[in-house]
Design a protein around this ligand. Structure first.
Ligand code: FE2
Length: 149
């Protein structure tokens, strides 16, 4: 598909999220999302610009090129898919976000596609029981009643 560093993928995803929220992405917004310094952001903006993934304008920030947006959308899709799975499993929101961000770079397209279909299936009411609720009840029963370490 493409071969970018995890860090570059994280930046593209963060830029897309900021753009979706604010309509544009300034250096300080992206620095805030990724919890890095503005100078690190500018450095990466320049690299991404050289790769034709963003257009960087000093003092203004960045916009995504078509190519950059396509990559960012794939990463965001992966993130959103994995986060939905973790939330269904009862993982707390902030942990679900962090873990989705780790796994989004590593899983195969096949696994992501099947996970997406699975969470869509569960959300579509395609099963007669609310799996998320039933699983939460199962977890509440306590690890001593199950083989969970
Ligand atoms: Fe992410």
């Amino acid at each position: 598909m493409y071969s970018l560093s995890r860090k570059a993928e994280d930046y593209l995803e963060a830029i897309l999220n900021v753009i979706l929220e604010k309509g544009y992405a300034r250096t300080k917004d992206v620095a805030g999302v990724l919890e890095v310094s503005p100078s690190s952001v500018v450095e990466m903006f320049r690299k991404l610009d050289a790769m034709h993934l963003v257009e960087y304008r000093k003092y203004e920030g960045v916009t995504l090129t078509d190519k950059g947006r396509a990559v960012a959308e794939v990463i965001k899709f992966r993130h959103d898919t994995l986060k939905r799975l973790f939330l269904l499993l009862g993982v707390p929101d902030s942990v679900a976000d962090e873990d989705a961000c780790l796994m989004e770079h590593e899983l195969s397209e096949e696994s992501i596609r099947q996970i997406r279909l699975f969470v869509d299936f569960l959300d579509s009411g395609g099963v007669s029981v609310d799996i998320g609720k039933a699983f939460a009840e199962f977890c509440r029963a306590g690890p001593d009643k199950k083989n969970v370490k």
